[in-house]
Design a protein around this ligand. Structure first.
Ligand code: SF4
Length: 303
């Protein structure tokens, strides 16, 4: 491995006057014993699948089998056309694309797990909205995906990208960190600023539990993908403005790992806690599967 920490990744990039994406490409070349053209082609294919998922979510009349997902990306797109969105056009476009992608996932369509299927909307939402705004080239977007991949690789090796293991902070939180680095690089930020953007985004997602209603990756997952795009883009903006994370990125990742390990099993994709065991969450589970979500005993408090 060329790097196992974000600090090493940033040092390598800065010492060699390269982007994080360049270092990740070198890492993949070494690990896969593949040639550069083949790796770039594979990443271009991932980018294409991401684009097609956004397109499908915005043009097709999607509805998931549970009836919980579908149609909301188009609703948000219509709202965004009025140019009255409080978050502004860029962020609302990112939210729309994130929801479009995750609706396609809920309807069993093709998406790119980035880093997981449940978190598949964050990176496309961010890179396409920011890329459109900056008029980025396809080459820039492919490089941004390599940068996102470098961050995901460090998080996966030093913490987790699995909701069942580390809660939603590990899935959508990791996606927010990966996307924050990607759009920081797209915007001309330095490797160090990319790392700060990751740290700021991850800190905002620490402690987020995994509590899918009825065990389906729909509620709260779809809208959580959208809000995570806003977190990623605003984190990138802070880093690009020169704000630094007081806690170094690698220490944030370590903290995320410790928090995940101390999370009760009820809040790690079992649907035995959180939103899954609300009155409405249980009613949905009963309607979809004919039985309510199993509820865990809350041993740590008397509520
Ligand atoms: S709530 Fe759980 S299932 Fe849904 S996106 Fe987050 S980690 Fe994945």
């Amino acid at each position: 491995m060329l790097f196992t920490t974000i600090a090493q990744l940033v040092d390598l990039a800065e010492t060699n006057k390269k982007k994080i994406s360049d270092i990740m490409l070198e890492q993949e070349l070494a690990a896969n014993k593949s040639d550069q053209d083949a790796l770039l082609y594979r990443m271009a294919t991932h980018l294409k699948i991401m684009q097609q998922a956004v397109e499908r979510g915005l043009t097709e009349n999607l509805k998931s089998r549970s009836g919980l997902a579908g149609g909301e990306a188009r609703l948000l797109a219509t709202y965004n056309q009025k140019n009255t969105a409080l978050a502004g056009n860029l962020i609302t476009t990112a939210l729309t694309m994130a929801i479009a992608t995750t609706e396609v996932n809920a309807c069993m369509g093709a998406i790119v797990a980035a880093p997981t299927a449940g978190a598949c909307g964050v990176i496309p939402g961010c890179i396409f909205a920011v890329g459109d705004h900056l008029e980025s080239t396809e080459e820039d977007l492919i490089a941004a995906l390599f940068t996102a991949g470098a961050i995901g690789l460090v998080i996966a090796n030093n913490a987790s990208i699995s909701g069942a293991e580390g809660g939603c902070q590990a899935e959508i939180g990791s996606a927010a960190g990966m996307a924050a680095a990607a759009v920081t690089q797209l915007s001309g930020g330095s490797p160090r600023q990319c790392a700060d953007a990751v740290a700021i985004a991850l800190k905002s997602m620490l402690g987020l539990v995994c509590d899918p209603v009825a065990g389906l990756v729909e509620v709260p997952c779809i809208k959580r993908n959208a809000t995570a795009t806003a977190t990623a883009i605003t984190s990138a903006d802070m880093a690009l403005a020169g704000l630094e994370s007081i806690i170094p990125c690698d220490e944030v990742i370590e903290a995320m790992n410790r928090i995940g390990c101390s999370m009760p099993v009820a809040l790690r994709e079992t649907s035995m806690g959180g939103l899954a065991t609300t009155k409405t969450g249980k009613q949905i589970a009963e309607r979809v599967f004919g039985k309510p979500s199993p509820e865990s005993d809350c041993a740590s408090c008397s509520h």
